[in-house]
Design a protein around this ligand. Structure first.
Ligand SMILES: *Cc1c(COP(=O)(O)O)cnc(C)c1O
Length: 389
């Protein structure tokens, strides 16, 4: 063998079958081969297990998908490049021209924009309501055959709790699929409800480090099979290295999620006692109007605490700029605490009625509570409130 050939066919080190690595290797690899053409054909026809091309399946990515499907108590999971990617492709996979989608003013702004603008371009119609309007939801489903209902709980950014049992029951009754963006609740909650598909941003809680982006769709039966086939055709697969970082991050998921939830409750209780604060929206607070519903649906209430400053947006700007431990930036769920000031709370494309449903007020601020000592976070907030006065 000439050296030019040798470097393209490096020797395989021994890998005894009774001597396994503890961590699954990162298959930073695009293609797999079979000994025979017939086996390749069987693989492509789905008649055997295996791998052929990483856009279709990759073992490292597959380990993450199987882990997430198990946590969410469903058959299968498909991952992709970001949370927005998961939402966009799910909407595209499940709808066609003249279909009707029901969505909500309280949700993540890009979801509303994808539903109205992207689907709208392909002739998919949509209705927007408030997640609390059960009468309106039933009227909409009864009045117009609806393909799917996409919603969140807790909602981003004001942490309203959707009544998942009511929404899934109505959707089933009128033949609509339900898609729940479960990013805030995490991978371990809401699996007991009859939700057809869960979507997640993996960017938030999968590693908690804010170092990789990803998205996932989790479900059972025909809807997830359809989503898997369409995602592969659209080609925005998660990179195996990112998937491996997420599998590693997931080992501390419960410790992080539960500790962040406990710290969030401590911060929410402190805020609720402050004269500068009009209202604290945290479903874990016993004074929250969503607390009873949240308790019935969840065990852990998450790390996002939204509150309204009486003094309004400019005071919110001063508080944000005076904080030293909270990073003033997008995203949530990371081990460091974050803040979104009133000026960046979104909802600007909503009409006055929808904006009222969205419940974003002049002084609304969203906090994501991390793993710092909560006393330090509270001291930082206290200093910032004093500085903003
Ligand atoms: C962040 C977020 C997304 C989008 O996720 P990316 O990974 O940033 O694309 C979707 N839904 C909710 C509720 C989110 O908070």
């Amino acid at each position: 063998m000439k050296d030019e050939t040798r470097v393209n066919h490096p020797p395989l080190p021994p890998q005894p079958s009774d001597n396994q690595s503890l961590l699954f290797p990162i298959y930073e690899n695009v293609k797999w081969e079979f000994e025979t053409v017939d086996e390749s054909l069987r693989m492509i026809r789905g008649e055997r297990e295996g791998y052929f091309y990483s856009r279709v399946a990759n073992p490292t990515v597959r380990q993450l998908e199987l882990l997430l499907a198990g946590l969410q108590r469903r058959e299968d999971c498909v991952t992709c490049a970001s949370g927005v990617n998961a939402i966009a492709q799910t909407l595209l996979a499940l709808t066609q021209t003249n279909d009707q989608v029901l969505h909500f003013a309280e949700g993540y702004a890009p979801t509303r924009q994808l539903t109205r603008n992207l689907l709208g371009r392909y002739g998919v119609r949509s209705t927007m309501l408030s997640i609390e309007d059960h009468v309106g939801i039933e009227r909409a489903l009864a009045g117009t055959p609806t393909k799917l209902v996409i919603f969140e709980s807790p909602t981003n950014p004001v942490t309203k709790i959707a009544d998942i049992a009511v929404i899934t029951r109505l959707a089933r009754q009128y033949g609509a699929l339900t898609v729940l963006d479960n990013t805030f609740a995490g991978f371990h909650q809401h699996g007991k409800f009859e939700v057809d598909l869960f979507v997640h941003s993996l960017t938030k809680f999968a590693t908690g480090a804010g170092d990789v982006m990803g998205g996932a769709v989790i479900g059972s039966g025909e809807p997830i099979r359809k989503v898997r086939a369409e995602f592969r055709a659209l080609g925005s697969q998660l990179d195996p290295h990112s998937a491996s970082l997420m599998v590693r991050g997931m080992k501390t998921y419960f410790v992080r999620y539960r500790t962040q939830s406990a710290h969030a409750l401590a911060v929410a209780e402190w805020l609720a006692a402050r004269p500068e604060v009009e209202n604290v929206r945290y479903p874990g607070l016993t004074s929250s109007r969503f607390h009873a519903l949240a308790r019935a649906q969840m065990q852990d209430f998450g790390c996002v605490v939204t509150f309204d400053l009486r003094a309004g947006a400019e005071a919110g700007r001063r508080v944000t700029e005076a904080l030293t431990l909270f990073a003033h930036t997008a995203s949530l769920g990371s081990t460091e605490s974050l803040i979104v000031p009133p000026q960046m709370m979104g909802g600007r494309e909503l009409n006055p009625e929808e904006r009222e449903w969205s419940d974003i007020r002049a002084g609304s601020i969203r906090l994501s509570i991390g793993l710092e000592d909560p006393h330090d976070l509270i001291a930082d907030l206290e200093r910032a409130f004093a500085a903003a006065r």
